[in-house]
Design a protein around this ligand. Structure first.
Ligand code: PLP
Length: 222
């Protein structure tokens, strides 16, 4: 048993008539836990390492009906091919060289991939993600020249151990950036923010995808 159903019900009641997706972040938890959550209704899973994703999940096309896996952790350029082969979406695209590499690998594999651009909304040095609004918007414009990459929106991680004020500041900044992105690229539709500790706040700022690990699967043992 996982807490998936409980989290799903809480999310549904907070979201009201908005459509908010729930990514069950299964990093550090075994495939048995993934399948428990799947049986409880979970379909989208999040992993932050390419190798763990590939060892844990069956390849695309061999998974249980409807199961999807999103890569949400920092991606090194030398793992892009392995990531594209397994992930249904990459939510952590954070540089132009990475974009170039993804486009090149998709081109040689003759596939396309859905991505989110990651925004470092808290300004923390150790975090990945584009550091300024202008850099992220420039990357979005650059993607117009990458026919194998489908830009869906923005992902951000709230401040580490953020208090409520810090969370609100980061989420408000990301929402304002998302609105600018949507003006430039009307087809974007995903604003991914909110984790176990801060998803309710993120919803107030317009999040339409939350990524929840601990509240569903329990503490991770590193
Ligand atoms: C681990 C992780 C999460 C889930 O965090 P919890 O606090 O366990 O809910 C969400 N997003 C990203 C990018 C993560 O790495």
């Amino acid at each position: 048993m996982t807490e998936y159903k409980k989290v799903f019900e809480e999310l549904k009641s907070e979201a009201g008539d908005r459509n908010v997706s729930l990514v069950a972040v299964s990093k550090f938890h075994p495939y048995e836990a993934v399948m428990e959550a799947y049986d409880e209704g979970a379909r989208i899973f999040g992993e932050n390492r390419v190798q763990e994703m590939r060892e844990k999940f069956p390849p695309k096309g061999e998974r249980p009906e409807g199961m999807k896996v999103y890569l949400i952790g920092q991606l090194q350029r030398n793992k892009v091919k392995k990531a594209i082969e397994w992930a249904d979406r990459i939510e952590s695209v954070d540089s132009l060289p990475l974009i170039d590499k993804i486009e090149a690998e998709c081109c040689s594999l003759s596939v396309s991939i859905d991505i989110l651009l990651e925004f470092n909304s808290s300004g923390e040095e150790q975090k990945s993600g584009f550091r300024t609004e202008e850099e992220l918007l420039a990357a979005a414009a650059y993607l117009a020249g990458c026919p194998h990459i489908n830009l869906l929106g923005i992902m951000t991680i709230g401040p580490l151990g953020g208090d409520d004020g810090a969370n609100r500041k980061a989420f408000a900044r990301t929402k304002a950036l998302y609105d600018r992105l949507q003006e430039a690229c009307p087809s974007v539709s995903v604003l991914s923010m909110g984790m176990s500790a801060d998803w309710e706040t993120a919803l107030e700022y317009g999040s339409d995808e939350v990524r929840i690990g601990t509240a569903i699967f329990g503490e991770r043992i590193y």
